[in-house]
Design a protein around this ligand. Structure first.
Ligand SMILES: NC(=O)c1ccc[n+]([C@@H]2O[C@H](COP(=O)([O-])OP(=O)(O)OC[C@H]3O[C@@H](n4cnc5c(N)ncnc54)[C@H](OP(=O)(O)O)[C@@H]3O)[C@@H](O)[C@H]2O)c1
Length: 263
């Protein structure tokens, strides 16, 4: 049985929707006080209320990974809520990394993607370090299966998730002496509400069919698949796991090429 997180405070960046919201829900269910974040106060509030209604503890906060100036004030505010930060889940992704072909990107566009999705993820983690050190805490980075197999169409995203993968390993090594564990989850294609509401029903159907074929286990991922692994990795049961980069992708990363049968 998973141990309780009842004395823990967990920040989940980008937890108003999708994978972040599911992770926030799973950690709240285990008893953590979850700091729910969104760029919108209303969206963070709505999810925090939903978690509280289900018996959890949650506090909404505004956080935007594109805004470097907001990082330190956000961490200070989060630390004041219950006087500690035990878990930091770096889940938020800036659209600045979902980019067009690399050769069409100018310097400013490249810089925006790298700043938001690498520099600022490192900066928030470093800002949280004193609290994580005090708590012998945990960092969980949400990567992507593109770290194993480049997916055409998201080049900068792939580069930055690869850099995040290395960041996970470097921080795990650097901070192991402080008792801080740092791990990463690499999901394959996961169906989220924001994806299904952004696109037409026909596009969602087409994408689901296309992505299903890329995942040998025969289905796309659900947010709960990722949330269960996240809950395990932040638990005591995973206390000897650090520097791990774990694929959760229905076999996407191990699917090989098919040779034609010999004639
Ligand atoms: N879904 C997939 O198939 C998949 C696969 C592999 C990896 N991932 C990774 O999983 C993570 C979550 O993806 P998702 O698909 O769950 O996304 P999503 O459903 O679009 O949700 C994104 C969340 O991030 C927040 N967010 C968006 N822009 C932000 C910004 N600039 N600063 C701070 N928060 C921001 C959103 O909140 P507001 O809009 O309310 O601010 C929302 O809570 C990402 O790191 C992504 O790369 C996803």
């Amino acid at each position: 049985m998973m141990e309780t997180l009842s004395d823990k405070t967990a920040i989940v960046t980008g937890s108003s929707a999708g994978i972040g919201k599911a992770i926030a829900g799973a950690l709240a269910q285990l008893g953590a006080h979850v700091i729910v974040t969104s760029r919108s106060g209303e969206r963070a509030q709505a999810v925090a209320e939903e978690l509280i209604m289900k018996g959890g503890q949650a506090t909404p906060c505004i956080f935007d990974i594109d805004d470097a100036t907001g990082i330190t004030p956000f961490i200070e505010k989060a630390a004041q809520i219950s006087g500690r930060i035990d878990i930091l889940v770096n889940n938020a992704l800036s659209r600045a990394s979902i980019a067009p072909p690399l050769f069409t990107m100018n310097y400013a566009a490249l810089q925006a993607g790298v700043t938001a999705n690498l520099t600022n993820v490192l900066a928030i983690t470093i800002a949280a370090y004193p609290y994580l050190k005090e708590a012998r805490g945990i960092v969980l980075n949400i990567g992507s299966a593109v770290v194993n197999r480049h997916t055409i169409g998201v080049p900068l995203y792939t580069i930055l998730k690869g850099a995040l993968n290395q960041t996970t390993k470097v921080l795990a090594s650097e901070w192991a002496g402080d008792g801080i564990r740092v791990n990463q989850i690499n999901p394959g294609f996961v169906r989220t509400d924001s994806m299904t509401t952004r696109q037409s029903a026909a596009t969602v159907k087409m994408m689901t069919e296309m992505f299903t074929k890329l995942h040998p286990l025969g289905r796309v991922g659900e947010v709960e698949d990722v949330a269960s692994l996240a809950a395990f990795l932040v638990s005591k049961q995973a206390e000897w796991i650090t520097g791990a980069s774990i694929d959760i992708d229905g076999g996407f990363s191990v699917q090989g090429a098919t040779f034609p049968a010999p004639s």
